[in-house]
Design a protein around this ligand. Structure first.
Ligand code: SF4
Length: 406
């Protein structure tokens, strides 16, 4: 069945994003519960082939190439792919999609996997933004997390990335670690700032059930992180980043304050703006034609499905295991919850009316009144938008809960 461009866009004239999952890692970090495996890198060539097949098969019935403005290689550890493999994947994408001028193409990279040649190869293949998992600069914390790199390795990776031609570098940091104190966290933030990245993401550790780190905490071998200390860490980092020229634009994200939101992650903004995205790879999620799609998570099951399945009706792909329609009400709730993550601009109320045909002050009037009274939400931009207050940023989940109607 053929689909016109417009029916796929489902009322949106915005471009699409593409997420590509690489479920391979050299070694598993102690806190990680992502869909990734260690020690199976011999499967990478077959996986890349399956990924390219999935991209072609999923889009086979589209009438014309859809416009794409961001591509994101996430994982796992995408920097385990050879530059030629990245080139093959991007070549396949540019064949079936319309990559718009200035497309942002990000790759997550582990500092323990990088050399100059490899980075230069990624750059030549078209990657123009690199996101490095620094996590912490503290040697003991890196060991506790099971990271495969040292802080010297992170410093070297940033240097190599610059020498390879990257001018848009992001660093990921984790706080609220067992045994971490305010001083060691501030030292990490300071060390990160000194590397002068264009972008920083700061995440609070979530102890995921069954991970080695969670088991050590449960057994009493390591202390439980203290949520009050985590809030102090968040506020301390926000202050340091502001002083160093970084503007916060999302609950966990800061970008060098440059004209035109130049260094904000355009890919992640696609999610927060509740816009459609493709997800390719084992366990990848997508939001297309108002359906939430999930791929088979198992590596070999995914590969086999891509190798053997015929084109399905869009937006399903060969490895789709779940496709759930999103109701208009769910789309509106998602829009409010995701948009409130954007700390500076918040949710523009007129945009909600234009996109969904409802007045958010009518739908959520009582919630907004309550949360503004509690000091968690505020009006901004001449009353045209609502956003989290600084206190609301610390209690985001408490706020979002009010926008989930069921
Ligand atoms: S490198 Fe990332 S995806 Fe891989 S195990 Fe560590 S945290 Fe998980």
């Amino acid at each position: 069945m053929e689909h016109s461009h417009d029916s796929v866009l489902a009322g949106s004239i915005h471009a699409y994003s593409i997420y590509l999952h690489t479920p391979f890692c050299q070694q598993r970090c102690t806190y990680c519960d992502f869909n990734t495996v260690a020690g199976r890198s011999s499967l990478i060539p077959r996986y890349v082939h399956a990924l390219c097949t999935e991209i072609v098969t999923t889009t086979a019935n589209l009438h014309q190439p859809l416009p794409v403005h961001t591509v994101y290689f996430g994982g796992g550890t995408p920097s385990l792919l050879q530059p030629e493999q990245v080139q093959d994947i991007l070549g396949t994408i540019s064949h079936v999609f319309n990559l718009l001028p200035g497309v942002e193409i990000t790759m997550e990279a582990n500092p323990g996997t990088l050399e100059l040649d490899r980075l230069a190869g990624y750059h030549a293949a078209g990657i123009n933004r690199i996101s490095l998992g620094m996590q912490t600069s503290n040697a003991e914390e890196l060991r506790m997390l099971g990271r495969i790199h040292t802080n010297a390795g992170t410093i070297e990776a940033v240097d190599l990335a610059r020498r390879a031609g990257f001018t848009n570098i992001s660093l990921d940091l984790i706080y609220s670690l067992p045994c971490q104190n305010l001083a060691s966290w501030k030292a990490t933030v300071q060390d990160a700032v000194e590397l002068q990245p264009q972008h920083l993401s700061l995440y609070a550790l979530k102890l995921e059930d069954g991970t080695p780190l969670a088991l050590r905490v449960a057994s009493g071998d390591l202390p439980e992180p203290d949520p009050d200390l985590a809030a102090d860490m968040y506020e301390a980092a926000a202050g340091m980043l502001l002083q160093n020229g970084y503007a916060q634009y999302e609950i966990s994200n800061w970008a060098l304050d440059a004209p035109g939101q130049r260094f904000q992650s355009r890919h992640n903004r696609q999610y927060w703006e509740n816009r459609p995205y493709f997800g390719f790879g084992a366990g990848a999620h997508a939001l297309l034609a108002e359906q939430r799609l999930v791929n088979l998570p198992g590596l070999t099951a995914y590969i086999k499905a891509c190798e053997t399945t015929q084109p399905a009706e869009f937006p399903r792909g060969p490895a789709t295991t779940q496709a759930t329609p999103r109701t208009p009400q769910e789309a509106i709730d998602d829009h409010m919850i995701l948009g409130l993550r954007l700390t500076e601009e918040g949710v523009n109320l007129a945009d909600v009316t234009i996109r969904y045909g409802i007045d958010p002050l009518e739908c959520f009037g009582s919630q907004i009144a309550l949360l503004t009274k509690q000091g968690l939400l505020e009006f901004t931009n001449n009353h045209l938008a609502i956003r989290l207050t600084p206190r609301g940023r610390l209690l985001g989940n408490q706020v979002f809960y009010h926008f989930l109607r069921d």
